[in-house]
Structures are given as C-alpha cells and as structure tokens.
Write a protein that binds this ligand. Structure first.
Ligand code: NI
Length: 254
C-alpha cells in the first residue's frame, strides 16, 4: 500500500474536486496523512480524517504562524490530539526566509511543540527551510523530546544532515522534488541512506513530481515518486511500497 505521509487536502486548490481526489486514493487503496499548519487548518484536517477512513491528520503550528503559539493554542492542540485519527504533531519547524517571524520566536514555538508531541506520545513532522544548522542543534539538545520519532518532511538538506537526522531517530520524507532533473545532490543523498528510513509524501497541492512540475499535485502522484525512488535504489516499485508502508506503520502506527 502506498501512503502519502504529507498532504494538504484542506488547501483551497482542492475545494472543487476533493471528493474525486480522495476517491482516486481509495481506488488505489492509498492512505493519506493530511497536515495542518495552524489551529484552523488542523481542525479542518481532523474533520476530513473523520469523514474518510483512509485519511489521517497531523496537527500543529507552522513557523510562519509561530507568534500564535500561545498557551491557549497549545491547549487547543492538546485537546484536538485526543482524536484517534490524529497521528502526529506537525508540520512544525523553522524557516529562515524573508518575512518570517523572528528566529527566537520560531525556535521557542518549535520546542514547545516538540514537548507537546512527547507528552502526547506522538511523532513530529518537521518542516525546515534554510535553517538546518539551528534545527540539528535544537534536536540534539532536545533528544529527550523525540522518543516517539519524527520525520524531516520534504527533505532538501545535505547528506550529512540526513544522516544526523537518522541518528536522532528521524525518517527522511521524499517528495516530488526528488524527481526534478536538477535534484542530483538530493538523489545522491537518497541513494546513500537506508530505504528503511525513507517515507513517501507529495506535499500536495505543491511540488508535483516530474513531468508534472508546476501543475497541481495530489496524493496519487505518490506512485510516480515511489517509482522514481525504486529506480534510485535499484529495487522494484513493489519493494518500495512494502518497505515504506512498514516504515509508516512503525512511525505513525497506521
Ligand atoms: Ni507541507
């Protein structure tokens, strides 16, 4: 079974045909983890997960909204996490690009949510952009908050960072970017890390795999990413499907 471990099915890009997008997944026997990025989208993710058996939810506050992660928001997340379809805290993390909240605020918010995940006995889904140095430092200093594991979603760091993450007990999530023609460095990294530590994801509606780059992405595109991963690893797509499914079961318990 293929599992898209990171999608945004609550995105307006799916507002007119979500039923069909989910139906296409059901036809292929796929499961999907749809991810929140603030309180409202986390609530929407849970609502979708309650509606469809093959959809699960990840809840959390994304770096862009780090300033909103007050006591109240944490309490709300804690309550939302009581829902059985919630399988992770995320996406949470750091993004040091323009127009993002202050680094210290981002770091605090990230650590608060690592604590929350540990308390709730849930894995974390980590978003990281242009911040791998601080990210690895925080994770190393807070290893005790990673008992339930996690994943670097849409991984785009170096091989060294991937290996550091794996040492910390994290998985490396591979999406459409890994199929891009100019992603040779990332492809080399994927070749050099064990498939037992790799998850598949689309991050849809963004980051469609080659040759659909620039078009709307959707969970069934996981098939293309899986095929590409199989080629990189020199194994069959069936093996990729089987091993990544086991990886998902270990991390997300689904
Ligand atoms: Ni995402």
């Amino acid at each position: 079974m293929l599992i898209d471990t990171h999608a945004h099915l609550t995105d307006p890009a799916f507002s007119t045909d979500l039923e069909e997008v989910v139906f296409a997944c059901q036809q292929k026997g796929m499961k999907v983890i749809t991810s929140g990025y603030d309180i409202a989208s986390s609530q929407q993710a849970i609502a979708l997960a309650e509606k469809y058996e093959n959809i699960f939810a990840s809840i959390g506050i994304y770096p862009e909204f780090a300033e909103n992660c007050n006591e109240n928001a944490l309490k709300t997340l804690k309550n939302l996490a009581k829902n059985k379809k919630v399988v992770a805290i995320g996406e949470i993390g750091l993004q040091y690009t323009d127009n993002m909240p202050d680094k210290e605020i981002q770091k605090n918010t990230f650590i608060k949510q690592l604590k929350l995940a540990q308390e709730l006995q849930l894995p974390v889904v980590i978003h990281c952009r242009d911040a791998y140095g601080d990210m690895i430092e925080i994770l190393k200093n807070n290893k005790h908050l990673l008992s339930f594991g996690g994943t670097f979603h849409c991984f785009c760091g170096s091989e060294e960072i991937a290996k550091e993450g794996i040492k910390l007990g994290l998985y490396i999530s591979v999406g459409g970017v890994s199929t891009f023609k100019n992603a040779t460095k990332l492809q080399q990294t994927i070749k050099n890390i064990p498939i037992e530590k790799i998850l598949l994801e689309t991050d849809c509606p963004y980051l469609s795999p080659h040759p659909y780059r620039g078009k709307r992405n959707q969970p069934i595109m996981s098939e293309i990413i899986a095929k590409h991963l199989a080629e990189l690893k020199g194994i069959s797509p069936e093996e990729v499907e089987k091993i990544t499914q086991e990886n998902v079961r270990r991390l997300f318990k689904i």
